[in-house]
Design a protein around this ligand. Structure first.
Ligand SMILES: Nc1ncnc2c1ncn2[C@@H]1O[C@H](COP(=O)(O)OP(=O)(O)OP(=O)(O)O)[C@@H](O)[C@H]1O
Ligand SMILES: [Mg+2]
Length: 341
């Protein structure tokens, strides 16, 4: 049995997954999924918190997960991430240096946040500097997760950010000789990362995702949310269905996401004039919108690929209904792969 399992607490669904490796290949060991309670994890009310922990508990028991050690991801939109460059020091020296320098990098009151850091990539003796990922999350948020873990009798082995999990789960697709972008589109947020020579060097989070897209269709066409959601999934940007009406209603949101992708590309080019983003890897449930890959490729003139962790790692035992929604499993797959790799 794998030592840990991954738990992704998303806005629309809670996913639990463990992956085992045997003889060099990966297979799903256990898998559970259920809708997230509407009030979410962040609610202040004890009743909502109980509903939430019950929901997570039943996902874990339905998957028959016995492990107590769990890898979890904090929502990118709720954490502050910064990548800095430091001289190549030992872990101990880095810890000492960062302890005193944190204030200068994190623009938040340090008594209200928990900070953490990790060395990105493997520094070799030839490297004169090391890239460090700094993360700060509010103590309130951390407390929510700690309380939830306590109630479920779980021990967090890893707490990372969603983008780190996605980066791990799609790493085989990353072109390590050039620069890539990972665009992870969930239900409420879209996270954008620039990956240079295999390492994340920029991360942004924007508050647009699948729910906003469905809402736009629902308002525009005057139909129920659920109906709009199924039209969105079935037709997306298809110009032939409903005289292209669906595509038209969701266009403003896609354009706004596109605008943020463009801005990120410009910012990156400005800072790194010699580098080129050669590929965009799409991830997250909303990246399954029919036609979105072609739309982005045409607009940006960059190769766009869909990132499916189950496919890239050749993971076996993927149920049919999960396979057809695979892009929404990349965060949990990255968490589950943490110790299986
Ligand atoms: N085929 C599809 N076409 C378009 N959108 C889709 C498709 N399949 C799923 N989605 C959308 O993907 C979203 C769910 O994706 P995902 O599971 O990645 O989100 P989440 O983790 O719950 O949310 P978040 O990460 O934002 O908290 C929903 O908004 C859903 O409508
Ligand atoms: Mg998510």
């Amino acid at each position: 049995m794998s030592a840990t399992f991954g738990l992704d607490i998303g806005t629309t669904s809670i996913k639990a997954l463990s992956i085992k490796k045997s003889g060099g290949s990966f297979a799903i060991e256990s898998l559970g999924i259920a809708p997230s309670p509407a009030k979410g994890i962040i609610s202040e009310s004890p009743e909502d918190n109980k509903i939430f922990s019950d929901a997570v508990r039943s996902v874990i028991s339905s998957a028959n997960i016995k492990q107590k050690e769990v890898n979890i991801a904090l929502p990118e939109s709720q954490v502050y991430t910064k990548i800095i460059e430091m001289p190549a020091l030992s872990e101990k020296e880095l810890a000492a240096a960062l302890k005193y320098e944190m204030e200068q990098y994190i623009p938040l009151p340090l008594d209200q946040v928990k900070t953490d850091w990790q060395v990105l990539g493997s520094s070799t003796s030839q490297n004169k500097s090391t890239k460090i990922l700094l993360v700060a999350a509010s103590l309130v948020l951390i407390k929510k997760y700690e309380t939830l873990m306590d109630e479920l009798g779980l021990v967090p082995a890893t707490i990372e950010t969603e983008m780190l999990s996605t980066h791990r789960s799609l790493f085989p697709l990353v072109n390590t000789q050039s620069s890539n972008m990972i665009v992870h589109m969930g239900a409420v947020t879209t996270n954008i990362a620039v990956v240079e020579n295999g390492e994340i060097i920029m991360v942004f989070s924007i508050d647009k995702g699948g729910i906003a897209i469905t809402r736009a269709i629902s308002l525009d066409l005057g139909i129920e949310f659920n109906q709009a959601d199924s039209y969105k999934k079935a037709y997306g940007l298809n110009k032939d269905a409903f005289e292209g009406k669906i595509g038209k209603s969701l266009f403003p949101i896609l354009e706004s996401i596109l605008g943020d992708i463009r801005k990120t590309i410009l910012l990156y080019k400005e800072k790194n004039p010699n580098q080129q983003i050669t590929q965009i890897i799409l991830s997250g449930g909303s990246a399954q919108l029919p036609g979105i890959d072609i739309y982005l490729a045409n607009q940006l003139n960059i190769q766009v690929v869909l990132g499916n962790a189950f496919q890239v790692y050749g993971i076996k035992n993927v149920p049919q209904e999960v396979e057809s929604d695979a892009l929404s499993f990349n965060v949990v797959a990255g968490l589950a792969l943490k110790d299986a790799l």
